[in-house]
Write a new protein. Structure first.
Lengths: 253, 253
DNA sequence: CCAGACGTTGCATGTTGTGCAACGCCCATT
DNA sequence: AATGGGCGTTGCACAACATGCAACGTCTGG
């Protein structure tokens, strides 16, 4: 919509492919050299473009700094919340959002069930890392070495008969979760409570958070809860798209 | 230099701090809302800016993609070569450049000594990973878990009496290298050859390559070679700056 | 020593970006 | 249900600003 800016921005993908000199930039933009020069100068002043000693232009460090700063200031919670609420509207159960922090997995958001029977959890509280669906999702994304290291250092409390018994079983579970792209906790923490969860990924494909839907047996059976899996996964994917800044105009309805 | 582009680019750092709506952008730019709108639209079309469902603007995925593409298409060798040549001009010894690739460390550039006595090495050839200064530099930057894993899988050929004897010694050496920011190989590969090396880092601070200066005892003693350390380190830092696109107008002389 | 290529500068032209004012929309308030 | 305010959006007249041209300076290679 703005010709000047449009031209200037067109330089960036061009330089991303590799260094180029003024003449090449001008030619590929279809403008006069002096025009290209002024655009490059402006980009340069903002640090988006760097001039190497052979006088050619390259993308500059500022671009990386901006990308990094943007990621740091991005709050998954802000972005995810409306989606979690919507999911809760549709299924009625408790919805959790969790992240990994310093070797623990913490709940950072929660939308309460509309059913009278609720499960115990608190925002900011570490989750039962060896059994919770969100914990499995977050750990499953780590490289194999780290997974093993963590799994071996953990304790495996037997909350119920279905709790993950040991590191070996946990690692096998993580491998499964990693492959299938979703996770469950079927009575592993409290005998009567089941969860299904899915991962939320950032622009680089790494898992940055995990969400899950939890419900007690008295409300829905294990099988009924599992029918929600497609919905949960779709929601997680929508949050991922929004979080990573991919795909525009989400649900213009 | 170009007002329109200047204004448009000023939006980016602003959005890096967090999402903002049209009014906020216009105000902080000091322009009319309609102007800000057109700038944002242009940025949006190029994918640098993303609109979330609450209508606010954020930095978009394209920014990350650009940064990533730029890094992938950056060739350390291209950038480093003139510096290596210059270093060789100043000290006369053989200069090497190496990178890590698939668990090996490979020489990717070399400037030959001007002295008649030369050391054996070939571009593209894997280096003696347990003793070479460049190998130590590249491995020392890895996270501790990976260092240990690699060290334990390596073999430790006793090229000379000074070769690294085993994984334990190697890990201790890597820790030292990591801490001091430079590395040596004092007769560990060939009894009569010594090297001093320094790391080359990318925009994110990670070591992307390593360089070293090598010379046989018959030309300079160990101690004399070590006096070159500051020069080697300064050169590596200059390459790092250039490679990461930091700091402008390198050596306008 | 000269020719060519490249980056750079100043300037006159008119294209293009600008601010204004008015509109439409959605949400919150009464 | 009605109303007001906030926000994003649009069309337009004006002139500011980006544009291309031509000329200059510099460096490199023949």
């Amino acid at each position: 919509m703005s010709q000047t800016v449009d031209r200037a921005l067109s330089i960036l993908p061009l330089l991303a492919q590799g260094p180029a000199d003024l003449g090449q930039v001008a030619e590929r933009l279809g403008v006069h050299k002096s025009t290209a020069l002024r655009l490059l100068r402006t980009l340069h002043e903002h640090g988006l473009v760097h001039r190497q000693q052979d006088q050619r232009y390259r993308l500059g460090a500022r671009l990386f700094a901006l990308a990094q700063e943007a990621v740091e200031n991005l709050d998954v919670r802000d972005i995810a919340h409306p989606y979690l609420k919507e999911l809760n509207d549709e299924c009625g159960h408790t919805v959790h959002l969790a992240v990994r922090e310093e070797g623990e997995v913490l709940y950072i958001d929660k939308v309460e069930s509309r059913y009278p029977v609720r499960m115990y959890s608190r925002i900011g509280k570490p989750v039962a890392i060896t059994v919770a669906a969100v914990a499995k999702l977050l750990l499953a994304d780590l490289p194999e070495g780290e997974r093993r290291e963590i799994a071996e250092k953990l304790e495996y409390p037997q909350y119920t008969a279905r709790s993950t018994p040991n590191a070996f079983a946990f690692l096998r579970e993580l491998a499964l979760v990693r492959e299938q792209g979703w996770a469950t906790d079927l009575g592993g923490h409290e005998e009567s409570i089941n969860c299904v969860g899915a991962p939320i990924r950032g622009a680089d494909g790494k898992v940055v958070a995990a969400m899950s839907v939890s419900a007690p047996n008295v409300v829905v059976t294990r099988e009924e809860l599992l029918t929600l899996l497609p919905l949960v996964r779709r929601t997680a994917e929508a949050i991922s798209r929004e979080y990573s800044g991919t795909g525009d105009a989400p649900r213009p309805a």
